[in-house]
Ligand binder design. Structure first.
Ligand code: ZN
Length: 150
C-alpha cells in the first residue's frame, strides 16, 4: 500500500466514524468555527482538569478533511497540558501549510495519525479545512488562559 493511500484511508475512516463526537458536559470552553470557503462548521467543547485537557469533543458538518481533522485532533489533544497542546498546534499548522520539512514536527511522526494530513500542504484551499477545528480549539484555550490571567 502506498503511503498516500494509507493516509487517505485514515482520513476517510475518521470521517465515517469520527472519534469523540458530541458535546462535553459542563465544558470550560465552547467554540464555534466556520469555513465559508468550503461550508465546513465545527463546534468544539473542552473540559480542563487543572492544566490538562480532561475531555474534548466536537460536532460539525462539512468536508471529509475538516471533520476527520477534528476527530484526529481530539484524540491527540486529550490528556495533554496547554503547553503541549500549543506545541502540537504549531507543528500541525506548519505541517499542513508546508512551512517545514519532516524533521520540524518531532511530535508528529509517521505512526501518528496527524501525519495523514501532511498531503494537505499540496492543496492550499484545503488548509482552512484541516485547520478549522484546530483554530477553534486554540482560540478557546487562549480565551481560557487569558481569563485565568496566565
Ligand atoms: Zn472543507
Amino acid at each position: 500500500m502506498e503511503l498516500d493511500d494509507l493516509y487517505q484511508e485514515i482520513i476517510l475512516d475518521h470521517y465515517k466514524q469520527p472519534k469523540n463526537q458530541g458535546i462535553v458536559e459542563d465544558a470550560d470552553i465552547t467554540v464555534d468555527g466556520r469555513n465559508p470557503f468550503c461550508g465546513d462548521e465545527i463546534k468544539v467543547t473542552l473540559k480542563f482538569k487543572n492544566d490538562v485537557v480532561d475531555d474534548i469533543k466536537f460536532t460539525g458538518s462539512g468536508c471529509a478533511i475538516s471533520q476527520a481533522s477534528a476527530s484526529v485532533m481530539t484524540e491527540n489533544i486529550k490528556g495533554k497540558n496547554t503547553t503541549e497542546v500549543k506545541q502540537l498546534f504549531q507543528e500541525f499548522a506548519e505541517m499542513v501549510k508546508g512551512d517545514c520539512d519532516d524533521h520540524d514536527h518531532p511530535h508528529i511522526d509517521d505512526t501518528c495519525e496527524l501525519a495523514a494530513f501532511q498531503g494537505v500542504a499540496a492543496f492550499p484551499t484545503r488548509v482552512k479545512c484541516a485547520m478549522l477545528a484546530w483554530n477553534a480549539m486554540r482560540e478557546g484555550i487562549e480565551r481560557e488562559l487569558n481569563k485565568k490571567g496566565k
